[in-house]
Design a binder for this molecule. Structure first.
Ligand code: PLP
Length: 390
C-alpha cells in the first residue's frame, strides 16, 4: 500500500509555540508547581541552577540571570566598564535594544554598517574607523550575533587587543551558537542573552542572562541587578532591579534540556529550505547572483543556530503580501536601520550613510522557522515563493 500523500497545509505560521508546549506541557507545569510549592519567587535555587547550566553551555566563567535581554545588555556594558561619556561601536542593523542599552549606560552609540553576506557588524569597517577616526572615549565594541550566527569574532578579538577596547556580545538571538567551536557568550568579556518568548530558548514571560569570561565581573553584575547591593539594605553603587523570576528559571531549565535538539531541528530546516529553493531554481547564494532571492550566507567558522532563516528578496514587500494572502507567515527584521530611527537623529547620521544596512532593511524577509515545522510546510513556503517569481 502506498503511504498517504500529505495535502499541502492551509497555512504556515512564522512561529507556533503551541507545538513546543504540547511536547513539554507536563514537565513545564511540574516545574512551575515546584516553584509555587517553594513560595520563593525571585532569584533563589532555580535561578542559581540555571546560571550554572548556562555557564556550562556557553563555556563562560559565570552567568547571571536577569529580567530581560535588554537588562542583560545594560549589565554587560556596565560590567565591561562603559560609563557616561564613553562611546561604544555597534551595528546599525539590529533590534533597538542593542543601541538603546548603550544610551542607558550613559554612553554614545557609534552605529556602523554591516557585512552584506552575514548582516553582522562589518569588522573591516570598524577597524578602519578606529584607525582613522577613533571615536572619543571608545570603551567597547558590541557585535550582535544576528539571526543566530556569530559575528566575525576572530577579527573583533584582534581589534580589541590592538586598540584596547572591550568586546561585549549581543548574543540575544544566538544561544547555542558557536565560533570555531567556542560558545557565543564566551567570546567577549561579557555577553547578553534574551529569553523573550520567540527566542530559541524562551521563557513564559520576560527573562535574560549575562555571561562573562571574568569571575569578578559576574559578581559585579550580580550586585548591579539587585540595586548595586552587596548585602541587604547596603548600597555602594547604583544598580537597578533587574532580577530574574524563579518561575522563568524553572521553565527555562526544562527547555534547556531540549535546546540542542531544537537547534539541530532548526539547522535541518535551514538545509531543507536551501535544498528546496535549489529544486525550484532559486539557488543563488552570492550577492551578485541573478536569482531574485539570496539565501542565508553561513560563515565557515560559525555554527549558525537559525533563530531566523532570512532571505534577501527582490520586490520584498510584494512578496510578503503574496505570502500573507496565502496564510504564510513572514516578518521583517528590521524594517528601519537604527541610524534612521528618529530617536537617534542626534547622532547626525542620515539616509545613505550606511548603505548596506539600509539595503538590508529594504530587502530582508524572515521565513517560518521553528523546530516543529514539517517538510510539507517548508515545501509550501518555497513553492509559494517560486510561484511569486514565476
Ligand atoms: C539582538 C537583540 N538584542 C536585544 C534584545 C532584547 O531582548 P529582550 O526583548 O529580552 O529585552 C533582543 C530581543 O528582543 C534582540 O533580538
Amino acid at each position: 500500500m502506498n503511504p498517504p500523500v500529505q495535502a499541502a497545509p492551509a497555512s504556515v505560521p512564522l512561529l507556533d509555540l503551541r507545538r513546543q508546549y504540547d511536547g513539554i506541557r507536563e514537565e513545564v507545569l511540574a516545574a512551575i508547581a515546584r516553584v509555587c510549592d517553594s513560595q520563593g519567587f525571585i532569584l533563589g535555587p532555580e535561578v542559581e541552577a540555571l546560571e550554572r547550566e548556562i555557564a556550562a553551555l556557553t563555556g563562560a566563567a559565570g552567568a547571571v540571570g536577569c529580567a530581560s535581554g535588554t537588562e542583560a545588555l545594560w549589565l554587560a556594558l556596565a560590567a565591561a566598564g562603559v560609563q557616561p561619556g564613553d562611546s561604544v561601536i555597534t551595528t546599525a542593523f539590529s533590534f533597538f535594544a542593542s543601541a538603546s542599552a548603550i544610551v542607558r549606560a550613559g554612553a554614545t552609540p557609534v552605529l556602523m554598517d554591516i557585512d552584506p553576506g552575514t548582516f553582522n557588524l562589518d569588522a573591516t569597517l570598524v577597524r578602519e574607523r578606529i584607525r582613522t577616526r577613533r571615536p572619543e572615549n571608545l570603551r567597547a565594541i558590541l557585535p550582535v550575533h544576528l539571526y543566530g550566527q556569530c559575528a566575525d569574532m576572530d577579527a573583533f578579538q584582534q581589534i580589541a587587543e590592538e586598540f584596547k577596547v572591550a568586546i561585549v556580545e549581543d548574543a540575544a538571538q544566538a544561544i547555542g551558537a558557536q565560533w570555531r567551536g567556542r560558545g557565543a557568550g564566551s567570546l567577549g568579556v561579557t555577553a547578553a542573552f534574551s529569553f523573550y518568548p520567540t527566542k530559541n530558548l524562551s521563557a513564559y514571560g520576560d527573562a535574560g542572562m549575562v555571561t562573562t569570561t571574568r569571575s569578578e565581573m559576574a559578581e559585579h553584575m550580580r550586585r548591579l541587578r539587585n540595586h548595586g547591593s552587596p548585602r541587604r539594605y547596603y548600597h555602594d553603587e547604583f544598580g537597578w532591579n533587574g532580577r530574574m523570576d524563579a518561575i522563568q528559571a524553572a521553565v527555562l531549565r526544562v527547555k534547556l534540556a531540549h535546546l540542542a535538539d531544537w537547534n539541530r531541528g532548526r539547522q535541518q530546516h535551514a538545509a531543507t529550505y536551501d535544498r528546496l529553493f535549489a529544486e525550484v531554481g532559486l539557488t543563488s547564494s552570492s550577492t551578485a547572483g541573478a536569482s531574485p532571492i539570496r539565501l542565508p550566507v553561513r560563515s565557515p567558522l560559525a555554527t549558525h543556530v537559525f533563530h531566523q532563516y532570512v532571505i534577501h528578496a527582490a520586490r520584498r514587500d510584494e512578496l510578503r503580501q503574496f505570502l500573507t494572502d496565502r496564510k504564510i507567515g513572514s516578518e521583517i527584521y528590521y524594517p528601519f536601520p537604527l541610524h534612521l530611527q528618529p530617536v537617534f537623529s542626534y547622532l547626525g547620521l542620515k539616509a545613505g550613510d550606511l548603505p548596506v544596512a539600509e539595503q538590508a532593511a529594504r530587502e530582508v524577509l524572515a521565513l517560518p522557522m521553528f523546530p516543529e515545522l514539517t517538510e510539507v510546510e517548508l515545501r509550501r513556503v518555497v513553492e509559494a515563493i517560486a510561484e511569486f517569481y514565476s
